[in-house]
Design a protein around this ligand. Structure first.
Ligand code: WT7
Length: 715
């Protein structure tokens, strides 16, 4: 590797952008100029030596790493590996809430800040005003110490116990980004219940599907949440989900509701203890606030389930990714510490802008950060609330938050960065971002242009950028730069995390030569790896372990479903999914999920969904829909803009707003191969404008011509 650095001595941004993409290398600046005086891993040589040790002798490496957890009972065996089933730290007992909260209190840090929260609305709700905001009205800010969290999680845990929640139960959580969400999650782990958090942007059907799959009997929610000045009606969505569940014979025993927005008209409000069907409703302020604040942390076996988190797959049904206690915690704690250089008592404030409804929020808003005893910041709302006067849709709230709270590490997604670019360079320029030390990105490959913008306008060319590649299934980072040690290249997640034996291989398991694309795989088990797909052994085995194996031993390898290449320096360049799953604004969506929602509308005969590149979202959803002509006739409807809007709203109602198609294209019928498979590649080409449709396509696409041309091209 050669080239310039990302140090203060580096060339101006203009000079940087004129250099060929492939060649740009940003070397870490001298330690002192990076702002942190201490770095866990200080050089590329140190990283390389540690990584080699970690994959040559994983048992000893992870045994040592596991000493960073507090154990109720030490483990006997580091790993039992009967591929694809791993048991880590066998015989040990620990507890997640204990590691995030109680051990810090016991070590005398009870008064330190654990969580800083900022609400979205501006105005009189403020409890602790903060200095230096440009806003006329102050946002609501709360700060919780480890002791506060210990008390709050104990009370919530006792309230859950009173609702009959026991060790091993799955509690569903569907809440806005408020401190009580963190409390609810940790309270579950305190008593040994597993949590299943559902992103607040999902709709009723997505909730009922997940509650049912997880056999969950208790839901924690809120009356509403604030988002871009609006109220998201969470309780209403839960009630709709309860109706669907009742129809399917699944009874939810209790719903515990936090009052956040008080937006329901008084007639719709309930009293604690009131029933809705067979479900008892409770207000959080009745059930939790009055509960005892003494609740010990339940000793959990290493392999007891910690949480389920649903993620989209290539079928219509989301997968409940299962994580267990000790392995997940060890992986989360180590990766958070190394990738962001977390250190307690060093004045750090960590902010990950992801919603806790996604794995990023699980691992790097909560667990990984709290375990490292660094304050974690949580923001409730949108980056463009309030909007900038005269510039509808644009906002600078994030930069204001960084400046006011003196954020040191900031972690966000490429789709957000591209949005900020569009809103204008002047917005971050108005703010004092000098507290920042390390920047992170996650969720999809970052385009070099966005990387350079982030580096220039947010990092002010001082901050290393860690482009962290991982998945819901991996629990934590698997490839990422270490900020002081690994030189970065815009668009590359660089090198494997310690303990991760990553490779790019072909279908036969042979490693690809430099710069040749292949399949991203991990050849050895690691503690944070998923332990299963809940209730679906077959899907677990075939999706992740059925495709690649060691050509010498026949031992299965983990396949991430991503295509990737490694360059001449061994750097990984992840290219994206090779299955029918698309990333829209950093969120995984199975094309089948959207298709199922579309065909559940009475007007739709068939639907096929493909991704098309989108400047900001990464991918946009393009749906090809053929309609039932008899339905159109009977209802005097046309394939027009009104029907498009109706279908879009239908998808939003079924799955959630994030799944709304950006384009709906009506077709007479969908192009199929002789064996009846929809020709997705053709549709992708059409959506991308590659394929010319010869006939007039003002309303209906006619695929008969192209389909004929492609008849031999069976996909
Ligand atoms: C998929 C996993 C990882 C937490 C958030 C998403 C893509 C994620 C990167 C990155 C290139 C990335 C992959 C992966 N992805 N991070 N830094 N560079 N691609 O978790 O929803 O489970 O999505 O996101 O395609 O498979 P997820």
């Amino acid at each position: 590797m050669s080239q310039q650095s990302g140090t203060p001595e580096s060339p101006s941004p203009d000079a940087i952008s004129s250099i060929l993409v492939e060649n740009r290398v940003f070397r870490p600046a001298p330690a002192a100029s990076l702002g942190f005086t201490k770095w866990h891993i200080g050089s590329i040589e140190e990283y390389k030596a540690l990584h080699a040790y970690s994959v040559d002798d994983p048992e000893n490496f992870w045994r040592e790493e596991a000493q960073n957890l507090a154990w109720f009972r030490p483990f006997d065996t580091v790993l039992e590996w009967h591929a694809p089933d791993a048991k880590w730290f066998v015989g040990g007992q620990t507890n997640a809430c204990y590691n995030c909260v109680d051990r810090h209190v016991q070590a005398g840090h009870g008064d330190q800040t654990a969580l800083i929260w900022e609400g979205e609305p501006l105005g009189p709700r403020t409890s602790h005003p903060v200095e230096g905001s440009r806003y006329a009205a102050e946002p609501e800010v709360k700060s919780l110490t480890y002791r506060d969290l210990q008390i709050a999680t104990s009370k919530a845990a006792n309230a859950l116990k009173a609702l009959g929640v026991k060790k091993g139960d799955v509690v569903t959580i569907y809440m806005p980004m408020v401190p009580e969400l963190a409390v609810a999650i940790l309270a579950c782990t305190r008593i040994g219940a597993a949590h299943s958090v559902i992103f607040g942007g999902f709709a009723a059907h997505a909730i009922s599907e997940r509650v049912m799959d997880a056999h969950s009997r208790v839901i924690i929610t809120a009356d509403g949440g604030y988002r871009r000045g609006d109220v998201v009606p969470l309780l209403k969505n839960v009630e709709e989900a309860l109706d669907q569940l009742t129809n399917q014979g699944h009874i939810v025993n209790h719903v515990l509701t936090l009052r956040r927005t008080a937006h329901e008209p008084p007639s719709k409000r309930f009293r604690t203890g009131e029933k809705r069907g067979a479900t008892v409703l409770h207000w959080w302020h009745d059930a939790v606030d009055t509960a005892s604040d003494a609740c010990p942390c339940e000793p959990m076996d290493s392999e007891d389930m910690l949480f389920l988190l649903y993620t989209s797959g290539s079928t219509g049904k989301p997968k409940g990714i299962q994580h267990t206690t000790a392995g997940f915690l060890v992986h989360a704690q180590m990766t958070a510490r190394l990738a962001f250089n977390l250190m307690p008592d060093a004045g750090q404030v960590f902010w990950c802008s992801a919603d806790i409804g996604w794995v990023t929020g699980h691992t790097y808003v909560l667990y990984g950060i709290l375990m490292n005893r660094v304050p974690t910041l949580m923001y409730e709302g949108a980056p463009n609330f309030p909007a900038i006067e005269g510039r509808p849709g644009a906002g600078d709230r994030f930069w204001d938050i960084i400046a006011r709270h003196r954020v040191t590490q900031f972690y966000t997604a490429p789709t957000a960065i591209r949005t900020f670019m569009k809103w204008g360079d002047d917005l971050p320029a108005r703010h004092d971002l000098s507290s920042l030390r390390v920047l992170g990105t996650v969720g999809e490959p970052i385009n070099p242009e966005a990387w350079i913008w982030y580096h220039t306008h947010i990092g002010r060319t001082r901050c290393p950028i860690v482009d962290t590649y991982w998945q819901t299934e991996t629990g934590g980072h698997v490839c990422t730069p270490l900020p002081r040690a690994i030189p970065t290249k815009p668009g590359s997640c660089t090198l494997p995390m310690l303990g991760i034996d990553a490779a790019v291989v072909n279908e036969r398991g042979e490693e690809m030569p430099p710069n040749k694309g292949g399949l991203f795989c991990i050849r050895k088990p690691w503690p944070g790896m998923l332990r299963g797909v809940y209730g679906n052994r077959e899907r677990f085995v075939s999706n992740y372990w059925g495709r690649l194996k060691d050509p010498k031993t026949g031992m299965p390898w983990y396949f991430s479903a991503d295509g990737s290449r490694r360059d001449q320096d061994g750097y990984f360049w992840v290219m994206g999914r090779v299955d029918d799953v698309i990333k829209v604004s950093g969120h995984l969506l199975g094309t089948m999920e959207v298709e199922s929602a579309l065909v559940s509308h009475p007007a739709v005969a068939e639907a096929a969904v493909v991704g098309v590149p989108h400047e900001i979202k990464g991918n946009a959803i393009c749906a090809f829909v053929s309609l039932k002509t008899h339905w159109l006739k009977a209802h005097k409807r046309e394939p027009d803009a009104a029907l498009r809007a109706e279908l879009t709203a239908h998808v939003a109602h079924e799955v959630g707003a994030l799944a709304k198609p950006d384009q709906i294209r009506f077709a007479d019928g969908l192009p199929k191969t002789r064996s009846g498979k929809i020709m997705r590649r053709l549709l992708r080409d059409v959506a991308n404008g590659v394929e010319k449709i010869t006939q007039d396509t003002t309303t209906l696409e006619d695929f008969s011509v192209v389909a004929k041309l492609r008849e031999s091209d069976e996909e």
